[in-house]
Design a protein around this ligand. Structure first.
Ligand code: NAP
Length: 424
């Protein structure tokens, strides 16, 4: 473990967070790496940092931030072809808890997603996104307050593992020939140019994610964990995720604590005798889930799913409670947390001091809560909610609120800070 970084400046004071397994030991004044990110990250990053500082100070705490670099900022500092410096990964690994803004990923060609690389390299296997309604936020739904869901998205495998071959290459031809000639599947793929990819779903990846979701449900008095997959079509990957998930529920917990609903894909559970206070674990198909989430919102509680389903479903859930500008998230591994908002770098809104920093601020709340700073986290939520219900909002919410006051990113952050001071 080293603090001899080339470009990262280590704060003069503050201490590292340490961990024994999943147990964190958080000093009074921790050093926390922060990566503002690309595009709107340059607007929302500094604004969110100010709000988090104010909330920490108001609850008698202090963070010593350590800025780290990736994407555009890394290319500027380390050189044109360095997107994710080793020392950024090392610093986040060494300090265990960190927060990042969005990073741009080129479509079709260029480098792989830096977000995915960070999650995989640091084995941050669960992407957790709480989706709850904040009073005053405009929503397309009739009853947005019914949404109070937490999604657990597997973070390290599925089609995001990055095992794919580009059309026209020798490799893609080799894979095609192997599948057709060796595996005997010669009537499936079209002739001519083709791209191919693999979808790995493992027992280890599936079970630890589902375990994490069930443990969360138990600890937070939630009623139900829904495993969301597309196992009717992708039987040996998505379907197996469901099977392994149900095995965790069935075999690893006492029945009166966790109840594995039998045949939940096809049978109504109304008649089933579920032990009082037990967390029910059920399965649902991903396509149907997207409509139930809108039509029967209050029936869902904690969702656990493979990577791609999680990506789609958490954005859709975010839209129900007002959009990506306010949807927070965090990635967790053993004794590790990398908080990050659901949204990306929104290039067309970048550098204009107009993007909504709420998602990043509420991701900071998640990070603080993981560190045991619940009071700081609650103050952040209350101050954000107060600001929005006063009608003081950024452009994305203002265009949907009658009579709302449109603020810039920095003005909005200052308004939240004023509310932190009032509420503390
Ligand atoms: P996006 O950056 O999330 O933005 C899509 C749209 O959502 C924006 O144009 C804007 O809508 C709205 N939006 C997102 N964040 C907002 C905020 N903070 N405040 C207000 N509005 C916000 O998605 P994208 O355009 O598909 O992706 C852009 C880049 O980000 C891509 O390179 C992608 O790979 C990357 N990305 C990174 C992450 C990550 O770092 N974890 C996640 C997702 C995407 P309006 O245009 O309607 O205002």
């Amino acid at each position: 473990m080293s603090s001899d970084y080339e470009h990262i400046e280590v704060p003069d004071s503050g201490e590292k967070i340490t961990a024994d397994g999943d147990e964190l030991s958080v000093p009074d004044e921790p050093v926390i790496p922060i990566l503002h990110g690309d595009g709107i990250g340059k607007d929302v990053g500094p604004a969110a940092q100010k709000v988090l500082d104010a909330a920490a100070a108001a609850t008698g705490r202090k963070v010593h931030w350590m800025e780290v670099y990736a994407g555009e900022s890394a290319r500027e500092i380390y050189g044109e072809d360095v997107n994710l410096p080793d020392e950024t990964v090392d610093a986040i690994r060494e300090h265990r808890v960190a927060i990042k803004g969005p990073l741009t990923t080129p479509v079709g060609a260029g480098f792989r997603s830096l977000n995915v690389a960070l999650r995989q390299t640091l084995d941050l296997y669960a992407n957790v996104r709480p989706t709850y309604y904040l009073d005053g936020v405009p929503s397309p739904m009739k009853a947005p307050e019914e949404m109070d869901m937490v999604t657990f998205r597997e973070n390290t495998e599925d089609v995001y593992a990055g095992i794919e071959w580009e059309q026209g290459t020798e490799e893609v031809q080799q894979v095609k020939e192997f599948v057709e000639d060796e595996m005997g599947m010669d009537d499936i793929m079209h002739d001519g140019p083709i791209g191919l990819g693999l979808k790995p779903i493992s027992e280890k990846g599936s079970k630890r994610l589902v375990r994490e979701a069930i443990d969360y449900a138990i600890e937070n008095d939630r009623d139900k964990v829904t495993l969301v997959h597309k196992g009717n079509i992708m039987k040996f990957t998505e379907g197996q995720f469901g099977t392994w998930g149900m095995e965790v529920a069935d075999e690893e917990y006492p029945d009166d604590e966790v109840f594995a609903a039998p045949d939940s894909l096809w049978e109504e559970q109304d008649e089933v005798d579920i032990p009082e206070d037990a967390v029910m674990v059920e399965e649902r198909l991903a396509d149907a889930m997207l409509q139930w989430m809108q039509l029967r919102t209050d029936e869902f509680d904690v969702l656990a799913m493979p990577n791609l389903n999680g990506d789609y479903l958490s954005d859709a859930a975010g839209a129900q409670i007002g959009g990506l500008g306010i949807a927070p998230g965090a990635n967790f591994g053993e004794g590790r947390c990398l908080a990050e908002p659901v949204h990306g770098s929104a290039p067309k809104r970048a550098g204009q001091n107009k993007a909504n920093p709420t998602a990043l601020i509420l991701s900071g709340r998640l990070m603080f809560e993981y560190m045991g700073w619940e009071e700081t986290g609650q103050l952040i939520r209350d101050a954000v909610e107060q600001t929005i219900s006063d009608g003081k909002v950024t452009y994305d919410l203002e265009r949907q609120i009658e009579g709302g006051e449109k603020l810039s990113t920095t003005e909005y952050a200052d308004e939240i800070i004023a509310n932190i001071e009032k509420l503390s």
